[in-house]
Design a protein around this ligand. Structure first.
Ligand code: SAM
Length: 211
């Protein structure tokens, strides 16, 4: 991580009131819609949205899910998310402080689907590995990750990341980390050479013997 958690949180809290208006890129919108499409929760599912920000994904999924748990390190972003939920009368979401490697999910809360959009690229490769293991330990059946990720060579002149604050990984690295944590990749969507969506499903635990 190129900045501390506190620095990232302060940076996002500062821009929180204007964050939604500033997300006008075609690629961001494509990622949001792909993450929502692949998350595809059932009415009985609890969804965890990590790096939820102002709740773009959490609020889009809430009408289809039993409950959505939104977690972020920035109180300013969370405040915007809570205000938006209240404005549209969505009550089956809770927005609270939590981070990738300590998501602050109550022990008795089973998580069925984990999503994250445009947030994990703030972590270093080692931290992403840890975070993916923490997510796997929650035993969701699906993890949908939309983010800045390199399908080709990193290009710092492209607008999708700022080398001073962001730390995107290659798609190969993310695929390895996900499979090492017990996931199977079921879809890889390239939105741009540096933006994509990965869909990971849990390999069945234990596994029944097959003929
Ligand atoms: C670019 S915003 C994306 C917000 C939202 N997911 C969306 O699609 O609009 C990135 C968010 O990640 C959060 N974030 C950064 N590092 C984090 C961490 N370690 N754990 C949880 N959230 C983090 C930031 O506070 C910020 O709200």
């Amino acid at each position: 991580m190129k900045k501390t958690i506190e620095e990232h949180a302060a940076r996002f809290s500062e821009v929180a009131p204007e964050y939604d208006e500033s997300q006008d890129s075609e690629e961001y919108r494509a990622c949001v819609s792909l993450v929502v499409h692949y998350a595809d929760p059932s009415p009985d599912d609890v969804v965890l949205d990590l790096g939820t920000g102002t709740g773009a994904i959490a609020l889009a999924l809430a009408p289809d899910a039993k409950h959505v748990v939104g977690r972020d390190i920035s109180e300013g972003m969370l405040e915007q998310a809570r205000t938006k939920a209240a404005e549209v009368g969505i009550e089956n979401v809770d927005f609270d402080i939590g981070r990738f490697r300590e998501p602050n999910v109550p022990a008795d809360r089973e998580i069925d689907v984990v999503v994250s959009n445009f947030a994990m690229h703030h972590l270093s490769d080692d931290e992403k590995r840890e975070a993916i293991q923490v997510i796997a330990d929650l035993e969701p059946r699906r993890f949908v990750l939309g983010d800045v990720m390199f399908f080709g060579e990193p290009d710092p002149d492209e607008p999708f990341y700022t080398p001073e604050v962001d730390d995107p990984s290659t798609v190969g690295f993310l695929a390895d980390a996900l499979t090492d944590a017990g996931f199977v990749l079921t879809a890889v969507e390239s939105v741009h050479e540096q933006v994509g969506v990965l869909v990971a499903e849990r390999a069945p635990l234990g596994g029944e013997e097959t003929q």
